[in-house]
Design a protein around this ligand. Structure first.
Ligand SMILES: [Zn+2]
Ligand SMILES: [Zn+2]
Length: 343
């Protein structure tokens, strides 16, 4: 089968790999679509995210969907023939964290397209069948792959403990930031501010629920929020950037006793945090680790039409041209929001 290997910083190449066989609890998927994620871009460019280091050759890709072609002897046979959105992280299901409902922080997690584990940028892939979520017939494969980042946004808003009418702010309006804004909108946030360094993202933010968008090249977001809220700050703030300074901005724009959620993935091992501001305001900081049990809700938001994830998909490439998709996303070219690899 055709697969795409990452072979070093900014290097991808098509290769042939053997078609996998499903083990007892697994489903064999004919992959249809893989989304390019910001975390993939960290690996693509630097070969690491903080202390998580990958070595080539590696197949990337964890936002994926496909058709179940076969299942192993112990897996749900009714999945065969269905299009599924796949929860990519497969926890051990036996440790203290898995048993107490925190499977997203399992220390023995299998995660595709990460250290030591190939991802889904290949024609076929096997995965634990219990993490395959069938989608409604009118949900396309590219949209089904987007359930993954939407689940991250749902979990982030859940962590923030958003209340109806709360004011919110999102630092960083990439796909995750825009999806967080969408979830805030459907969850009843009153005002949703957003900021980004890329003017093309600021220009489209209103379509994703952002009611006040700030171009960070023109104006510091902390100053803008100070102005817009008469110095109060927002009830909930989110760092959805890939940069070290994102968490500091999210902290400074939160109101006293407010909530700050770190959702974005900075490439650094440690990021500066304005500790005295956080302490004086008695802020609650939440760190978001992907999602847990958020796929069903994310899927319902898509299937009901309440969140349209397809409009985020600005670019589509066939599998062989995966390298071009990664270069485009890494370079923030051509107004890209989400690039999708559609087989
Ligand atoms: Zn992702
Ligand atoms: Zn576990």
């Amino acid at each position: 089968m055709l697969a795409i290997e990452w072979t070093g910083p900014r290097q991808m190449r098509p290769t042939e790999r053997p078609k996998p066989e499903p083990k007892a609890h697994e489903a064999l998927l004919r992959i249809e679509s893989v989304g390019v994620c910001g975390s993939d871009i960290h690996y693509y460019e630097e070969g690491r995210i903080g202390d998580q280091v990958v070595s080539p050759p590696l197949i990337l890709g964890h936002e994926y969907a496909g058709i179940v072609e076969a299942v192993g002897a112990a897996a749900d046979a009714s999945l065969v023939g269905k299009r599924v959105a796949v929860e990519p992280g497969i926890p051990c299901m036996g440790c203290e964290w898995c048993r107490t409902g925190h499977y997203n922080v399992c220390r023995d997690m299998f995660f595709p397209g990460g250290p030591g584990s190939d991802g889904a940028l290949s024609e076929y892939y096997t995965v634990h069948a219990g993490f395959c979520h069938p989608v409604a017939e009118d949900v396309g494969a590219d949209v089904a792959a987007m359930v993954e980042p939407l689940a991250v946004a749902v979990h982030s808003v859940e962590l923030a403990g958003l209340k109806p009418g709360d004011t919110a702010a999102v630092v960083g309006l990439g796909p995750i930031g825009l999806l967080v804004a969408e979830v805030l909108r459907v969850c009843g946030a009153d005002v949703i501010y957003g900021s980004d360094l890329l003017s093309y993202r600021v220009a489209v933010a209103a379509e994703y629920g952002v009611t006040g968008a700030n171009d960070a090249t023109q104006r510091d977001f902390v100053d803008a929020i100070e102005d817009w809220t008469d110095g109060r700050g927002v009830d909930v703030s989110f760092d959805c950037t890939n940069r070290s300074e994102g968490l500091g901005i999210a902290t400074r724009i939160a109101r006293p006793a407010g909530q700050v959620v770190l959702t974005g993935i900075s490439g650094a091992d440690s990021d500066p945090l304005p500790v005295s501001t956080a302490r004086r305001r008695e802020l609650t900081l939440r760190w978001c680790r992907r999602f847990k049990n958020n796929y069903p809700a994310a899927l319902r938001l898509i299937e009901s039409g309440r969140i349209d994830v397809r409009k985020l998909i600005t670019h589509s490439f066939p599998l062989r041209r995966t390298g071009e998709a990664f270069a485009l996303v890494a370079g923030y070219q051509d107004g890209v929001l989400k690039a999708s690899i559609d087989f």
